[in-house]
Design a protein around this ligand. Structure first.
Ligand code: BES
Ligand code: MN
Ligand code: ZN
Length: 490
């Protein structure tokens, strides 16, 4: 794991009233209006109407996400003000998250001491947690191994005008998103199936969430030949991790299933170098499941939820699985392997079969499954495929409330034929490259036995090439917020 010096330790507090004298920076939200924002008045007096002058000359405005950092010309006030634009309309929950994140992120270029965030009155109290979660995600980046940390964390962030309850909630969600992102950002020599599994054990040690790890021997006994096949070419043996959160009495559980390919070289169907560069991110589905389970535990959510991570490293060696191999999966169905780079669905075949054993009321799998999904929807949108319209609608509503982008792709019966094999029950690629995201989902559908199920292809949004004002490049933690919200809504 990365150097513990880089662990996020921002001290978060709630304050009932501002306390200017000991504060280094005050973060002040303003609307995009033609009249002087009243929230600036108390600071205006520190410099003979300096803020009024700036405002009237058009130097200070509240456009969405506009940031203006000002030195305060008076030793009686904080050292600096960061004026943050909220735009014209009342901020949504997504605005609260992203604008807060962008504001905090802009301060991390140097050590800042104590930062005090004034919570805008126009933000619904229900969304105060998003301000905290956004601030925390701004504090985690992909530079886990820079000797000089690129994000210099403030010693404290205090939120003025927020309840302790909302702060705790936002902290639980923000830290869970960061947990997911940290796992994804770790390099593949550090994070492989065994170390992924032991990280999960560490994360939940001392909590009510029970963690079980299946090693290669147990995977063998369980008949998880598909997971073992994908991992066969690696010196790092596969694992299956089961997390169980019990909060809902005797009710049947929700099961979350994550693709955890800790590195995807493509196997014998080797990827070209350019396509392999980011393939440490191919366990993002599994890391998302861990992040969600962590949030459920921290929030004490009253639902039964099982989280499953199918973990393997897809490598090239004399023991790799091969094209033409036929694998008898745990379910008994046989798969013909025609491309070893379509390994995620093979791992998920056995993992979904384990999920079925819990007789769940619904299953959701998350996977960086296909480049085709990125061709269809671009880099920022999650592809959703389902056999159950009502579960999908619940997820869609949760996603829209959180502002995470998700779009459904069809599962017409005509695609079923595309994964039929001449020698086995199904094959692991479609006919040609068309509809690749959907044929992958059709493959998975063979392993859900008609149970209510939604497949989320996160190949695009799980890992970002470029930074945005509100977050670093690298792992994004997409879908953690949506899934937590969905489970809480049940
Ligand atoms: N892990 C990849 C999909 C992927 C691509 C994730 C880019 C994130 C970014 C997956 O295992 C894969 O290689 N899929 C193949 C499937 C094909 C061989 C049928 C693909 O999409 O090309
Ligand atoms: Mn692959
Ligand atoms: Zn993959």
């Amino acid at each position: 794991m990365s150097d513990p010096n880089f662990d996020i330790s921002v001290n978060l507090t709630v304050k009932s009233a501002p306390d200017q004298t000991v504060v280094d920076i005050v973060v002040l939200p303003i609307h995009d209006n033609d009249t002087f924002p009243p929230s600036l008045s108390e600071f205006d007096n520190l410099g003979n109407g300096w803020l009024t002058r700036l405002f009237e000359s058009g130097q200070l405005r509240g456009k969405r996400s506009e940031l203006t950092l000002l030195g305060v010309p008076n030793p009686d006030g904080p050292k600096m003000l960061l004026v943050v634009g909220l735009g014209k309309d009342n901020p949504t929950r997504l605005d609260a998250f992203e604008i807060s994140a962008a504001a905090i992120k802009s301060l991390l270029d140097r050590p800042r001491g104590r930062v005090e965030v004034k919570v805008a009155e126009c933000i619904s109290t229900d969304d105060h947690d998003a301000i905290v979660a956004g601030a925390l995600t701004a504090c985690e980046g992909q530079a886990l191994y820079r000797s000089d940390p690129s994000l210099k964390l403030p010693t404290e962030i205090a939120f003025v005008g927020m309840s302790q309850e909302q702060l705790d909630r936002g902290r639980a969600i923000g830290e869970s998103i960061n947990e997911t992102r940290r796992l994804v950002n770790e390099p593949p020599a550090v994070l492989y199936p065994e170390t992924f599994a032991s990280s999960v054990e560490d994360i939940f040690s001392g909590t009510q969430t029970v963690v079980e790890v299946w090693d290669e021997q147990r995977l063998n006994e369980e008949g998880c030949r598909a997971i073992l096949a994908v991992g066969a070419g690696s010196v790092r043996p596969p694992r299956l991790v089961i997390m169980s959160h019990q909060g809902g009495g005797d009710e049947p559980p929700i099961v979350l299933v994550g693709k955890g390919v800790t590195f995807d070289s493509g196997g014998l169907s080797l990827k070209p170098s350019d396509a392999m560069i980011d393939m440490k991110c191919d366990m993002a589905g599994a890391a998302t499941v861990v992040g969600v389970m962590h949030a459920l535990q921290r929030l004490g959510v009253k639902q039964n939820v099982i989280g499953l991570c199918g973990l393997a490293e897809n490598m090239v060696s004399g023991s790799s699985y091969k094209l033409g191999d036929v694998i008898k999966t745990r379910s008994g169905k046989t798969i013909e392997i025609l491309n070893t780079d379509a390994e995620g669905r093979v791992v998920l075949a056995d993992t979904l079969d384990v999920a079925k054993g819990y007789q769940p009321r619904a299953m959701v799998d998350l996977a960086t499954l296909t480049g085709a999904c990125m061709v269809a929807l671009g880099r920022d949108v999650v592809g959703a495929m389902t056999n159950d319209h009502s579960v999908f609608q619940q997820l869609e509503e949760a996603a829209s409330n959180e502002g995470e982008l998700l779009w459904q792709l069809p599962m017409f019966e005509l695609y079923d034929d595309h994964v039929k094999s001449k020698v086995a029950d199904i094959k692991n690629i479609g006919d040609g490259r068309w509809g690749g995201a959907i044929t992958a989902a059709k493959f998975l559908e063979n392993f859900v036995d008609g149970l209510p199920w939604v497949h989320l292809d996160i190949a695009g949004p799980a890992f970002a090439d470029t930074p945005r004002p509100h977050r670093d490049a690298g792992a994004t933690g997409v879908m953690v917020r949506t899934l937590v919200r969905w489970i809480e809504s049940l």
